[in-house]
Design a protein around this ligand. Structure first.
Ligand SMILES: NC(=O)c1ccc[n+]([C@@H]2O[C@H](COP(=O)([O-])OP(=O)(O)OC[C@H]3O[C@@H](n4cnc5c(N)ncnc54)[C@H](OP(=O)(O)O)[C@@H]3O)[C@@H](O)[C@H]2O)c1
Length: 299
């Protein structure tokens, strides 16, 4: 059985990977994250505290467990935080990847790295894996830099790029677009949503499954991993409202420029998924199927 070490296991993707492995029993899992374990089940895997900037700790755990693969989900994931904290973004999104790369080289470990649609400028999405990158935000720049380092590293690497991940896990350190929209619609509070950005939102379970398929198939190269439905953010919010039969009258469509966010966002991203479907056997849910699953989990 292959042994996988996951970084950032307390996060959305990390917890979904843990859940998937426990359910499938297909891998030995070493879940690692900063601080205490926030995944509610303690059996069926090992948890170890691990900061992705702590090379000695990572090396010690790699020596102890000898993983076949590392799935690297930990990062500075908030786009505006990265814009305002560039040094910290460099450390978490670039330096940490260098550390992991070195260790994976030394111990011959496959590195499955998560990247983003924000490496693109959004002028001509949906993108295939070969499309030219041109990040608009500092977050996008750091993620692209990490990709470039990996490609030149000699490590057995797979880069899984993803888009606007949604889902629910325990003790989330940050929300996501679907939970935010549902919460605001339920309260009936006015909500401004942009109608000039298009995305293909990704169910967290689908991303977790793709990460595990990449390990199982010893994938190497770049893979697009998103949902299959393209929509504007405004449309996404309307679809959330329709699904839970919530009042849409407080939704105000606005332009991205009017929001004055710190970091610029690409207009239209989205991915062509053919390669990932063909090579990994990836089968994403539709957006409404994703909402159905989320609805069951919300109880
Ligand atoms: N979410 C999206 O929409 C999206 C879109 C495109 C790409 N991605 C990429 O996909 C990956 C996973 O995203 P996600 O949404 O699952 O992220 P997430 O929910 O924010 O999880 C990241 C986890 O990493 C942990 N972490 C942060 N700094 C750490 C450190 N120094 N050492 C160890 N762990 C640390 C965080 O811990 P705390 O919870 O304790 O802070 C968090 O649990 C990231 O690489 C992200 O860039 C995400």
């Amino acid at each position: 059985m292959q042994t996988i070490l996951v970084t950032g296991s307390n996060g959305l993707t990390g917890q979904k990977i843990t859940e998937n492995v426990i359910a499938s029993g297909k891998f030995n899992l070493i879940a690692t994250s900063k601080g205490k374990n926030r995944f509610p089940v303690q059996n069926g895997y090992q948890y170890e505290e691990m900061d992705i900037l702590d090379k000695a700790r990572i090396t010690a755990l790699v020596e102890k467990y000898r993983p076949d693969a590392i799935i690297h989900t930990a990062a500075m994931t908030n786009v505006d935080t990265a814009e305002n904290n560039k040094q910290e973004a460099d450390r978490l999104n670039v330096e940490a990847v260098k550390l992991l790369m070195d260790i994976c080289n030394t111990y011959h470990i496959q590195l499955v790295h998560l990247s983003t649609d924000f490496i693109f400028d959004g002028e001509d999405g949906p993108y295939d894996e070969q499309a030219a990158a041109n990040p608009l935000s500092y977050y996008g720049k750091t993620k692209l830099q990490a990709e470039e380092l990996l490609k030149a590293s000699g490590v057995k690497w797979a880069i899984l790029r993803t888009i606007l991940v949604y889902g629910i896990v325990k003790d989330m350190s940050r929300s996501n677009i679907v939970l935010w929209a549902k919460g605001a619609l339920e309260k009936g509070s006015p909500l401004n949503v942009v109608n000039d950005q298009w995305r293909m939102p990704t169910l967290a379970e689908d991303l977790a499954e793709a990460c595990l398929l990449a390990v199982e198939k010893k994938a190497q190269g770049i893979y697009n991993v998103s949902g299959k439905d393209m929509m504007s953010i405004a449309e996404l919010v309307y679809r959330v409202a329709d699904f839970w039969k919530l009042d849409k009258s407080q939704v105000q469509e606005v332009s991205s420029a009017s929001l004055g966010q710190q970091a610029s966002r690409p207009r239209r991203t989205g991915f062509i998924l053919d390669k990932t479907i063909r090579e990994l056997g990836y089968q994403p849910h539709s957006f409404e199927q994703g909402l159905e699953l989320l609805n069951k989990q919300l109880g």
